[in-house]
Design a binder for this molecule. Structure first.
Ligand code: ADP
Length: 496
């Protein structure tokens, strides 16, 4: 799926009649029109000539034959149109990979090799690069690793190759499959455009509904418990690695009540579509999470997407190549049911200051570009956008408008509450009475890392939740080790 479509999903392949071009039909028409040139000649003379009369007779026969052939051809076309139903699925449609995956399904009753593909003699291999749905049939030949593990763990499956195939859907119901590469290519990715056309008898036309439902269910099963992540690829969106296992919301520890407040707000927003429609307000909600790096902003948004059963569409605004135009286009085509994440929102503001006098911003997004993209007349669907920044001071108040940013939250350095919660998640089972946790917290106080009494010569310092997680990971089954090494949480001072 190169450019996830924002259009609707399964079962929406357009029904188009097959265009049968037949050369003989054209020939027929040209031969009949050529006879009109005879008006220049003296016809009565010619008719008296027996040779010529015979010639006319022959020509007449030829014309009649051509006409008859034309009749047969168009009759066959009519018959074809009447008897057959085609469904064309374009590669751009989200259902495309599902249908390919469905086509490569083995037929349980006939064993592994005697699959649906036994009638397809031209197969192609698709190595799973993580398309959300190509995954659907991975159970054929796959290794449990993720795409990130490299070629040794890549998974692949067989799918119908280009050309025509015939598959037996179930007893007595056959579907002809024609997978074609078109000469035109995708403007954004340069990939050749492709279509798959399914053809069935008119009498079996309802089979398509079944096929799409099955294909969609297959894709849904493959992605159950997973969060698909999209990122910018070429000029559009593309899947970023395999769909990941959902991150449980409980695994992200924010300060007391913060997580709950955001989750409640997003849920409330999702329940209120009609409210927005009735008032003619764009159905959008924006959140700005700011604070130091490693405080769990990205992890939280990813977990939230999983919790809501949404995908995540990420753009890093500090990336070179994300220009204003591209950003506007990306925001207009956010993959369906995705939370939009704009990371490093401050990049746009830095660029504003550093813009050349001639307006060139070095191939990155500008402040007005960001605002325009956020305000753009996107599809009528809902949009949930999260902006993150490590530098709130660089942002412009113009960003804080309904629809752009409705809610601002600081996700800060680790607090006592977070340290205790994270301890519980790591050592809760070995520290049932909580004395280990109390000693850990006392140690953090002593080091000035959380609020509480500390020695006079110790300054108040801060540490990140990422650092605490790192400490616990290093001492996975050794809580004493974690307490002993707590000093390592003190941020290092870098001398300039
Ligand atoms: P940010 O986006 O704020 O820079 P990330 O979400 O990228 O932070 O976190 C970096 C790493 O630290 C991740 O592996 C994440 O699991 C961990 N981490 C950071 N903060 C938290 C937190 N509050 N709760 C759980 N894990 C956290």
């Amino acid at each position: 799926m190169s450019t996830p479509d924002t259009g609707n999903g399964a079962g929406t392949g357009a029904t188009v009649p097959v265009a049968v071009r037949d050369a003989s039909a054209d020939m027929g028409s040209s031969s009949s029109s050529s006879s009109s040139s005879s008006s220049f000649l003296n016809l009565s003379h010619l008719a008296d000539n027996p040779m010529f009369a015979g010639g006319i007779g022959l020509a007449g026969l030829g014309a009649a034959a051509a006409l008859a052939r034309r009749g047969v051809v168009s009759g066959a076309q009519v018959l074809r149109r009447r008897l057959l139903v085609n469904v064309e699925i374009s590669r751009r449609d989200p259902s495309y990979p599902w249908v390919l995956a469905w086509l490569s399904l083995p037929r349980e009753s006939q064993g592994f090799l005697a699959s649906r593909l036994t009638r397809i003699h031209n197969l192609s291999v698709a190595t799973a690069t993580a398309s959300a749905t190509a995954n659907a049939s991975r159970h054929h030949h796959h290794d449990s690793g993720s795409a990130a593990d490299g070629p040794t763990h890549a998974s692949f499956f067989l799918q119908p190759g280009y050309g025509r195939h015939l598959i037996r859907h179930r007893a007595g119901v056959y579907i002809a499959v024609n997978r074609e590469k078109q000469s035109s290519s995708n403007m954004t990715t340069g990939e050749p455009h492709e279509t798959v056309t399914l053809t069935a008898l008119w009498a079996h036309r309802h089979v398509f509904e079944e096929v799409f439902l099955e294909a969609r269910a297959l894709a849904a099963r493959a992605n159950e418990g997973k969060t698909a992540v999209y990122s910018v690829q070429g000029m559009g969106w593309g899947p970023l690695g395999e769909p990941r296992k959902k991150r449980p919301l409980g695994s992200v520890i924010l300060d007391e009540g913060v997580k709950e407040a955001v989750v409640a707000d997003v849920r409330d927003f999702l329940d209120r579509q009609q409210w927005y429609v009735d008032r003619g307000i764009p159905y959008r909600r924006g959140y700005l999470l700011y604070g130091p790096p490693g405080s769990g902003k990205t992890s939280f948004i990813q977990a939230l997407a999983g919790e809501l059963d949404y995908s995540l569409a990420m753009i890093n605004l500090s990336e070179v190549g994300v220009t204003d135009d591209k950003l506007a286009m990306l925001l207009m085509n956010v993959p369906r049911r995705s939370i939009l994440l704009l990371e490093d929102a401050d990049a746009a503001f830095v660029n504003r200051r550093q813009r050349d006098p001639d307006g060139y911003s070095g191939g990155t997004v500008t402040f007005s570009g960001l605002l325009n993209a956020l305000d753009g007349v996107a599809a009528g669907e809902e949009r949930i956008a999260f902006l993150t920044t490590n530098h709130i001071d660089r942002l412009d108040p113009a960003l804080i408008r309904p629809g752009r940013v409705d809610m601002m939250l600081r996700i800060g350095e680790a607090t006592r509450y977070q340290a205790a919660q994270m301890w519980g998640r790591f050592y809760g089972d070995v520290d049932a009475d909580g004395t280990g946790c109390a000693r850990f917290l006392a140690r953090l106080e002593e080091l000035g890392l959380i609020e509480g009494p500390r020695p006079e010569d110790v300054p108040r310092r801060h540490t990140s939740t990422a650092a605490i997680q790192g400490l616990f990971l290093f001492n996975k089954s050794d809580m004493e080790g974690a307490i002993r090494m707590a000093e390592g949480l003190i941020p290092r001072q870098f001398e300039p």
